[in-house]
Design a protein around this ligand. Structure first.
Ligand code: F6R
Length: 615
């Protein structure tokens, strides 16, 4: 959701702001705008509903001054529709102060009424303009931008990142954050602010994350961070691991095509450096203290990350024998869950900013649980609020729907499961080594699927552009894969899609089967003596008998499914717990291919945002 970028330095703010907004596009937005203080000390703003290109075209026909100070914003509408007027920046009453905002100001109606009563006028329906007018009024008193923002944030409730600048104060941008992301980029004679490091990675790899309830003032040669009371705050610099090219398309037709092609690396890089002598060595768990006494694990996440969590449950329970519950963060947070010092909460988030998960993490910390986050984004809020973090090394994920990050999340959870098995003595070293070998073999097997099956899956998708509904079935670890396949199809191809546990079919969903209904079935390997293979093959027969068109994702050489499936997508052989890494790949490809066959925007599906920073 909303992307934010701020800059002070040379006379190139427009270039920095527009480049930053381009890189933040992936977060999801419906309008964009910039404000720049020109060399003559006047402030120019331009904002347009629609894609960034609309703003760029407008700036080309009606240029604004470039300058050394600027702020830029992509808006994802919450209060007020996606119109030019509601786009950010918003201005103070005298038009000299510009402000941008990410988040929701929950008490904006009371504040707006107070301002209306005192004669203020508004030109938008946003909660943001209330903050702009309030900061503008404070500035008239104080002539100090930092102090003005500090006074206003003390009155705001909700979640916000705010950036402000004033035409009378060129060379200064001030930011404040509560529950919404903001990161500083450190340059040479220039400094940056961004919702995430993608905003400025083209210009600097040095960054500092800003903590909760903190204010930052950047000038070309200084960065000062204080808390909301004005007390100085110690900050820690980190180096951005991604380079700028990692978040570019690099010749691929879409970011998603590129990201699916990076699925092998996402798994391999997440394992890298975490295995020694064939055993998992997760030093990142050390801040959690002794984990021998943990009596329960609760995994919290949303969407695709929650499906990764469901897979984590199978592996962690199997290897550590600790009971694991998986809950959607927004459900967990509001039902008075039972947590103790012996509960380990594992949050999973690609962005590290998902508000529902962030709130659940804070709740868990407040209620004395040990909190570990699995996250893909350095400097993000969720890892900062947790006791420990295991980073997934999937690299930047730009397409709104998650693909490679899902595989990296499952990898991290499996490593955590193996580490817990080691710590608690529930796994012998040779068992750990065998599972580590299986995990290390995954990237090559994914690469094989990508090279062998991609064209065939694309063909399948092209035949199915008129399909109205698709069902997905799986059992055991195949069930979260079915859910993930269905979610990808909903969000990418706008098709009704449902994932079911295959055993549940006879309890209701089989009524949906009619002639021609397409059903993807994730088939477990027949090689495992405890395999549910025969049961899943029976399920296939049941739906086939009722006219379903079956597309089976099955192990290479599985002859038992051939007579009953209309299509078989083969996957390489793997141990049962490792099959999901492979079975999910054709489903990612299928969702992407069907979306592009239908002429849809694969990278930015309608109504969705990459970073869901509101509850
Ligand atoms: C689906 C998808 C979403 C995210 C969910 C959580 O393709 O991308 O369901 O998985 O919004 O996002 P993060 O992982 O950033 O917390």
């Amino acid at each position: 959701m909303c992307g934010i970028v701020g800059y002070v330095g040379d006379n190139k703010s427009l270039e920095v702001l527009l480049g930053g907004l381009k890189r933040l596009e992936y977060r999801g937005y419906d309008s964009a705008g910039v404000a720049v203080i020109g060399e003559d000390g006047t402030m120019d703003t331009r904002k347009r509903a629609g894609k960034l290109q609309v703003l760029l075209d407008d700036l080309e026909t009606r240029p604004i001054a470039n300058g050394a100070t600027g702020i830029g914003h992509t808006r994802w509408a919450t209060h007020g529709g996606p119109t030019d007027r509601n786009a950010h920046p918003h201005l103070g009453a005298d038009g000299k102060l510009a402000l941008i905002h990410n988040g929701i100001i929950e008490n904006f109606s009371e504040l707006k009424q107070e301002l209306l009563d005192s004669g203020a006028t508004f030109s938008s329906e946003t909660d943001t303009e209330v903050a702009a007018i309030l900061v503008g009024r404070e500035y008239e008193q104080t002539h100090d931008l930092t102090e003005s923002l500090r006074r206003v944030v003390a009155r705001l409730e909700g979640a916000f990142t705010l950036l402000v600048m004033h035409a009378d104060q060129p060379g200064i941008v001030v930011g404040a954050r509560r529950n919404s992301p903001l990161v500083i980029g450190l340059g040479d004679g220039e400094n940056f602010l961004g919702s995430d490091v993608a905003a400025f990675v083209e210009f600097t790899r040095r960054a500092v994350a800003i903590g909760q309830d903190q204010i930052v003032t950047i000038r070309p040669d200084s960065v000062v961070v204080t808390d909301f009371e004005g007390a100085p705050v110690e900050t820690e610099e980190f180096e951005i691991a991604w380079d700028a090219s990692a978040s570019e398309k690099g010749g691929w037709s879409s970011f998603m095509a590129k990201e699916i092609s990076e699925e092998p690396e996402a798994v391999a890089n997440t394992i890298l450096g975490r295995v020694h002598d064939g055993l998992v060595d997760l030093k990142e768990l050390e801040p959690l203290g002794d984990l021998k006494d943990i009596d329960r694990i609760v995994i919290i996440a949303c969407g695709t990350a929650a499906y990764a969590g469901m897979l984590g449950k199978y592996a962690i329970e199997q290897w550590s024998r600790i009971p694991v519950d998986v809950e959607l963060s927004h459900e967990f947070r509001y039902r008075n869950p039972i947590l103790t010092e012996r509960t380990l909460v594992i949050s999973i988030s690609q962005s590290g900013e998902t508000m529902d998960t962030l709130m659940a993490v804070k709740y868990a910390v407040d209620h004395k649980a040990k909190v570990l986050s699995v996250c893909n984004t350095q400097g993000a809020t969720i890892p900062r609020e947790s006791h420990a973090v295991v980073y997934t090394h999937a690299g930047p994920e730009v397409a709104v729907a998650s693909t490679k990050a899902f595989l990296a999340q499952v990898t991290a959870l499996y490593l955590i499961g193996l580490e817990l098995g080691k710590l608690r003595g529930t796994l012998a070293d040779d068992e750990i080594r065998e599972n580590v070998r299986e995990l290390q073999a995954v990237p090559e097997k994914i690469a094989e699927i990508l090279s062998v099956s991609q064209a065939e899956i694309a063909q399948l998708a092209h035949w199915m552009t008129d399909t109205q509904s698709v069902l997905f079935l799986g059992r055991n670890v195949g069930y979260p894969v079915a859910l993930e396949g269905a979610l990808k199809l909903k969000e990418l191809a706008y098709i009704h899609a449902e994932g079911f546990a295959a055993g549940e079919l006879k309890h209701g969903p089989i009524a949906l089967i009619e002639p021609g209904q397409v059903v993807f079935v994730v088939v477990p390997s027949p090689r495992d003596p405890n395999s549910l293979h025969p049961k899943v093959v029976s399920n296939i027969q049941e739906i086939r008998a009722r006219g379903a068109r079956v597309i089976a994702i099955a192990e290479k050489g599985d002859a038992a499914v051939l007579p009953f499936a209309d299509e078989v997508i083969p996957i390489p052989l793997a141990g049962s717990l490792f099959e999901p890494f492979l079975a999910v790949v054709p489903l990612h490809i299928f969702g992407m291919e069907l979306s592009s066959a239908k002429g849809l925007d694969v990278d930015q599906p309608r109504n969705l945002a990459k970073s869901v920073t509101v509850e």
